[in-house]
Design a binder for this molecule. Structure first.
Ligand code: PTT
Ligand code: SF4
Length: 610
């Protein structure tokens, strides 16, 4: 095998043992890598119905055949498990040296089972795995942890760790690396914490072997050069994802005050140009020449790496209009290892609940100091923080009084930073995404704003599916960054060429899309296996707020979604996906995708229509 290492490392924390296993070449051909490997491993290894925070859960780190190679933006890693936040499939994508080092150590995926009997660091150095005492690290934040480990293992070691959020099992704790890269929105950091795993270190010394080394080298270099010729490249390097604040404001989709509005009076204060005035450095993921991490100093004088989602969720969505203060909140989230999107979402929810008199604790819009204290309370599960640490779905169930109508999540995952009062296709994208409400699978909103928002047309359904294939399927499984394509227009045709040079496999986009469908359907099957009879099509519907409470400000004042039209759109989507009217893949669809055994297992959990 070329491109793939062909090996998974299976780690059992109960026994303190690690075994390297070769896997079948057909697995690579059918699932590519990254998300494809992760969902297949979880499907095969996880008993359905287990508690995600019990030792029975399985934690997967997975890469793809292009990860770590010398080609544009290839330093990405999938972290996945059954999500403690949603109860379904959960993953995240991190730009990290760990991705490169894991491949150089000889593994395409590392599968972690069980629970260590005390806090440990897992050190994977080529063929050896060591289980090191982490008692001195437990209780430290992610920056402190990484600093200590770097002193011991060096600048190039791949280090993933959790902060206090993950240790304390906050349901949206994530995994942090390189002082500001973070991933695993649906609580993958809490899964690490539940296993007493404070950090994982990868150190590898092998070259990743590819089918055509000379061609790969030339093609990779050509790719890097091509990225730099794109007209948007220079501006991207200046602002990265932060330019989206201005775009969202202009188009009335900037989440504001718990998604009540799509415009924020102080948007200019927190936008891309405001960021440029504070910017002190540019950082990024390994193997990337588009480095988009904007480093600024926050009001706490600490460095903070800003992205659109962080700033929208910890800025406009909680009514905070000072970028320096937003940066300080973002830094706190990184230190504790809490997902900024879910964090800004639960805080916005709490502010609205407080305004409506539904909470005994008072927390008001835009109050920086109170918010900073609340973030600490969430990380340590104290007072109101204890409730919010469970996520917005749970908090709304506890508070009651109709609050679930404005609890902004789908399937338990808090919505990321696009307000969809006026964008039905983006609402559908959130509602049907593989992990709950995240924009990763289909960021259809920029296209939708261009073609016109009003319609719930077939064309929109097709576009959502097309993007879910390319982004959620192919990029997540090749496991490279999608931003060269999305943001500077690096053409999709490059990727089959890279894949050929790396693996020797000739695949066109039709082949890749078929693999994407296989992965997407297996992911859906995972959700349904977990939810069983309690699964319903209502799980693919966004929150009531977008249907019931029109925007009251901005150019799109009065806009809201229409439920009857949304339902028709959803059924059309199901049909095109080959799913029944409940959103469950039919036996025929699963058979066609080579998932016969999946159909068999699923049939035991729910009645499959045929
Ligand atoms: C991603 C989600 C995002 S999406 C952002 S900002 W974005 C938030 N970043 C967080 C952070 O930072 N700190 C923190 N404590 N929590 C955070 N939660 C949020 O996590 C990220 C970039 C970005 S920046 C995006 S869009 C793209 N995402 C990609 C993807 O998903 N797949 C892919 N193949 N390529 C991608 N490229 C881009 O990568 P999750 P990162 Mg991320 C500080 O983690 O769980 O996937 O959620 O990983 O290395 O930071 O790169 O406007
Ligand atoms: Fe990382 Fe940004 Fe480069 Fe993508 S474009 S690999 S997110 S630095």
């Amino acid at each position: 095998m070329f491109g793939w290492t062909g090996t998974f490392l299976q780690v059992n924390l109960n026994k303190g043992k690690a075994v390297a296993n070769r896997y079948e070449a057909s697995l690579a051909k059918n699932f590519l890598g990254g998300r494809g490997f992760a969902v297949k491993i979880l499907w095969d290894n996880l008993k359905s119905g287990i508690d995600p925070l019990s030792p029975e859960n399985v934690l997967v780190f997975a890469t793809g055949p292009l990860t770590g190679l010398s080609l544009p933006s290839s330093g990405k890693l999938i972290v996945a498990s059954k999500s403690p936040l949603t109860g379904g499939y959960g993953d995240g994508n991190i730009g990290t040296l760990a991705a490169v080092q894991m491949r150089k150590a000889g593994y395409d995926a590392v599968i972690i089972e069980g629970k260590a009997n005390k806090p440990i660091v897992l050190l994977i150095r080529d063929a050896t795995a060591e289980f090191l005492d982490a008692k001195d690290l437990w209780g430290l934040n992610s920056f402190e942890t990484e600093k200590k480990l770097r002193e011991l293992y060096g600048r190039t070691a791949g280090i993933l760790c959790i902060g206090q959020g993950g240790e304390n099992l906050v349901k949206f704790a994530n995994i942090v690396c390189q002082e500001g890269r973070a991933g695993g929105r649906p609580g993958i950091g809490a899964v690490m914490g539940s296993k007493n795993l404070k950090a994982v270190i990868f150190i590898g010394s092998h070259e990743i072997s590819v089918a055509q080394p000379k061609e790969m080298k030339e093609l990779g270099a050509e790719g890097y050069r091509e990225v730099m010729t794109k007209p948007n490249y220079a501006f991207w390097k200046r602002q990265g994802t932060m330019m989206t604040i201005e775009w969202s404001q202009e188009n009335s989709v900037l989440p504001t005050c718990n998604y009540r509005e799509g415009v924020f009076e102080e948007a200019d204060e927190i936008g891309g140009f405001a960021m440029e005035k504070l910017k002190i450095a540019n950082r990024g993921c390994p193997q990337c020449n588009m480095t988009c991490g904007n480093v600024v100093k926050g009001s706490d004088k600490k460095e903070s790496e800003l992205d659109y989602e962080n700033v929208a969720m910890l800025g406009s969505n909680i009514g905070l209009g000072s970028l320096k203060q937003v940066a300080a909140l973002n830094r706190a989230a990184d230190e504790f290892g809490l997902d900024t999107i879910s964090l800004g979402n639960v805080i916005g929810f709490a502010m609205e609940a407080s305004e409506k008199g539904l909470l005994t604790d008072k927390i008001s819009w835009g109050k920086f100091k109170d918010t900073k204290a609340l973030i600490e309370d969430i990380a340590y599960k104290r007072s109101l923080g204890r409730l919010l640490a469970e996520g917005v779905r749970f908090a709304a169930e506890e508070i009651g009084k109709g609050s679930k109508r404005w609890a902004m999540h789908v399937k338990g995952l808090e919505i990321s930073a696009y307000n969809c009062h006026s964008t039905p296709a983006m609402a559908l994208s959130y509602a049907t995404s593989s992990i709950g409400a995240h924009h990763k699978d289909a960021w259809v909103i920029s296209w939708e704003v261009k073609v016109g928002r009003e319609s719930y047309s077939e064309e929109k359904v097709d576009k959502v599916i097309e993007l879910q294939r390319i982004r959620g399927g192919v990029f997540e499984s090749l496991t490279v960054c999608r931003l060269p394509w999305v943001e500077v227009g690096f053409e999709l045709e490059w990727y089959p060429r890279f894949l050929y040079a790396a693996t020797g496999l000739e695949m066109n986009w039709d082949n890749l899309n078929l693999i994407a469908d296989r992965i997407f359907n297996l992911t859906r099957a995972f959700w349904i296996r977990e939810y069983g009879k309690s699964w319903s099509k209502e799980m693919d519907v966004p929150p009531a707020r977008w249907f019931e409470e029109p925007l009251t400000k901005g150019a799109l004042k009065g806009a809201k979604l229409e439920r009857a039209k949304y339902d028709v759109m959803l059924q059309r989507y199901y049909k095109k996906r080959g799913w029944d009217e409940r959103g469950i893949p039919t036996k025929t669809t699963l058979d066609k995708l080579g998932l016969k055994d999946v159909a068999k297992q699923l049939g035991k959990r729910v009645k499959l229509y045929e």
